[in-house]
Design a protein around this ligand. Structure first.
Ligand code: WT7
Length: 654
């Protein structure tokens, strides 16, 4: 564990107690938080069961709160029946039918709003359309859409009929779509002709067509939403226009009341192998986590306008664009495009124009916007903002302070939320009316969540100067249920390390003397590039698929804006090129990875060598490669290397 890292974060030692006026009106103040904590401490299962009864609408109430008979495959609220779309829409219709559910802004500047009544109607129409195509409970549907309301409607329509959605991020390639469709065994894809992103049109249908041309035998139909209006290829009998299908469909659809544990969705994420894993979430437990954390962490009020900038292709978009806020009857903002179009004021202009009161984004966006200067946000009226959030990677104290000072005018609480695709909902975060903030720390577990830091033997680390494995010590409702089709991998990845005693998050962290947690980074071969999770092995497999590449090793190195940048060490078949030939091949390989995985996985730096540093047993020494990538002095013992001479070459010195 790096003690340098611990001392560097601890240099930022200012603390920010909740503003008095905020605390006075907050849903949860310090006293209430202490009460909630005490209740959860006494009986964590009863604590969640009580919330599940009070906060969710059930068709059949549950009597079993937690079934741990197959632990670590925990099951919550097992004999209850529920429908997630009912909880996100129908239950609001009595009081909020005309309240805006979604305010949408497209990248070109077009705006649209949908009330809860309209969201209900659109969801029912699509649900009926899906049923008319023979899609029903348990069928998998892949959603590959831009950030328009149709993405949310598609998710809710699946939930309404008990179909299991798997959203694939629009920035992923055809190959990624194919891998996910095939692993999930999807029967249908919902896509769009194109979406606007970064001033260009992302041709989603084209990529979906390419995915299906290369395999995907289980896919029967493709529903296409017309967004960008550019021409598309059409396969009669397979492809169907969203607008034509839904125009014919009835605007009412009885929800399918599913078991609490019925899978709501699969979401693929990277791990330490070359194959992304389909994280499987439940219906009721997941919804409870999404619902309750949105309410507590953002201090939700009836008149709030909530904008989470994440794409629905990531878990943040599932939980804090769609399910959490809608389950609370909140007005959400959805924005289709990039933060720099037409300029770096776009986010702040959206906050102003749509009267955003709760704003939730990623450190990478904050750092990028921070670089553009304070004058830009100063042009916009940000006076409606109440709470600022951060998610996806550690926020460095400098970016935290900028966010606090320039966007929050030194008045707004910042909630730095730590969680994962696997956890379903935020796990550690300040509650804005209760918690004293520390820039760079996600502070403490929310009530009902129990975390710890343990050493290799599983013993809790109490010394604040030492880090260890971040673990969750009790099951929680929104936890992943399994990895789709691979329960062994579920147990191996998250539980086996400490004999099924703890959920192992894969992060290292330390806890300071006040009990606040500081995330130090991943312990596995997972990178966080601009907040996106990428497996080094996946990028390596993408590289070796190129005919010229014999072997590749990928590591991360720190990057000012993206947090981490991708560095690939590549061993070629045949000669090692230099000069212009090397440059051309670097360009080709970067494009090749971008095409295989999507532009977010494009390596920032590719270096050719004759060999990789390996131990005599053949293991690549990644730590050594990391030091070389960062240009650090080599302090590791290289005497165990099969080929010690390679170090100089990799470092560019031979
Ligand atoms: C990994 C999970 C959180 C949902 C979106 C990303 C890192 C996430 C924080 C934070 C420090 C963070 C961790 C975690 N991470 N939030 N507030 N502070 N690190 O979900 O793609 O599944 O990635 O993101 O390393 O394990 P994900």
């Amino acid at each position: 564990m790096s003690n340098d890292k611990i001392s560097s974060v601890l240099l930022e030692n200012r603390v920010f107690p909740p503003p008095a006026e905020f605390a006075a009106r907050a849903r949860v103040n310090a006293a209430r938080m202490a009460e909630l904590r005490a209740a959860a401490e006494k009986d964590s299962v009863g604590f969640w069961a009580d919330l599940a009864r009070r906060e969710l609408d059930w068709h059949t109430p549950f009597t079993v709160a937690l079934d741990d008979s197959a632990a670590p495959n925990y099951r919550w609220f097992t004999d209850g029946r529920i429908n997630v779309s009912y909880n996100c829409i129908d239950r609001h219709l009595a009081k909020r039918a005309d309240k805006v559910a979604i305010r949408f802004e497209g990248e070109p500047g077009d705006v649209a709003t949908l009330t809860y009544r309209q969201l209900h109607e659109e969801t029912c129409r699509l649900a009926n359309a899906l049923k008319s195509l023979g899609i029903g409970k348990g069928d998998r549907v892949v959603i590959y859409l831009p950030m328009t309301p149709q993405a949310v409607i598609a998710m809710l329509a699946c939930a309404r009929i008990g179909a299991v959605h798997s959203v694939v991020f629009g920035g992923f390639s055809a190959q990624s779509v194919k891998d996910r469709v095939e692993d999930a065994g999807a029967r249908l894809i919902i896509t769009a002709d194109g979406g606007h992103r970064g001033g260009a049109v992302v041709e989603l249908k084209k990529a979906a067509d390419e995915a299906l041309a290369g395999g995907c035998p289980t896919v029967e139909k493709m529903i296409v939403y017309k967004r960008a209006g550019q021409p598309v290829d059409w396969k009669d009998g397979r492809d169907l226009w969203w607008h034509e299908l839904t125009a014919k469909a009835a605007p009412q659809c009885e929800p399918e009341w599913v078991e609490a544990e019925h899978p709501l969705y699969l979401l693929y994420t990277s791990g330490s192998t070359g194959k992304p894993k389909g994280i499987q979430h439940s219906s009721a437990g997941y919804l409870l986590g999404a619902h309750q954390t949105t309410q507590w962490i953002f201090d939700l009020r009836e008149d709030d306008v909530f904008w989470c900038t994440a794409d629905v292709g990531w878990v943040t978009g599932h939980t804090y664009v769609c399910y959490g806020p809608l389950s609370n009857g909140t007005t959400i903002v959805m924005y289709e495009g990039g933060p720099m179009v037409p300029d770096a004021g776009r986010f702040w202009k959206i906050c102003q124009d749509h009267k955003v009161s709760l704003f939730y984004t990623a450190p990478t966006a904050i750092r990028a916007l921070m670089k553009m200067g304070e004058e830009i946000p100063a042009r916009y009226d940000l006076s409606r903002l109440r709470v600022l959030g951060s998610v996806g990677e550690p926020i460095n104290p400098e970016a935290w302070i900028w966010y606090y000072r320039v966007i929050g005018k030194e008045k707004l609480p910042i909630v730095d939320t730590w969680w994962q695709t696997e956890t379903g909902a935020a796990m550690m975060s300040p509650l804005p009316g209760a918690t004293t903030l520390k820039p760079g720390s996600c502070t403490q577990p929310i009530p009902g969540i129990f975390a710890d830091i343990v050493d290799e033997s599983g013993t809790p680390v109490t010394d604040p100067d030492h880090g260890g494995y971040l673990v969750i010590t009790k099951p929680w409702p929104s936890m992943l249920r399994t990895i789709w089709g691979d329960n062994d991998r579920y147990i191996k990845t998250y539980w086996a390390h400490f004999n099924n005693r703890y959920y192992v998050a894969g992060d290292s962290a330390h806890r300071d003397a006040d009990g606040c947690y500081w995330i130090m980074g991943r312990m596995d071969d997972v990178l966080k590039v601009a907040g996106h999770r990428l497996g080094t092995m996946e990028i390596e497999s993408a590289l070796v698929a190129h005919p010229r590449v014999a072997e590749a090793a990928v590591v991360g190195k720190p990057h000012d804006i993206k947090g981490e940048a991708i560095v690939a060490f590549v061993i070629l078949r045949g000669h090692r090129p230099v000069g212009a030939e090397a440059e051309a091949l670097v360009k080709e390989l970067r494009e090749f990875v971008s095409h295989t995985m999507g532009p977010i996985a494009k390596p920032d730096d590719i270096r050719f060598a004759d060999n990789l540093p390996k131990t005599r047993s053949g293991k690549i020494m990644r730590r050594l490669l990391r030091s070389i990538a960062r240009g650090e002095a080599i302090t590791q013992d290289v005497s165990t290397l099969e080929n010690p001479g390679i170090v100089a070459q990799l470092a560019g010195k031979a």
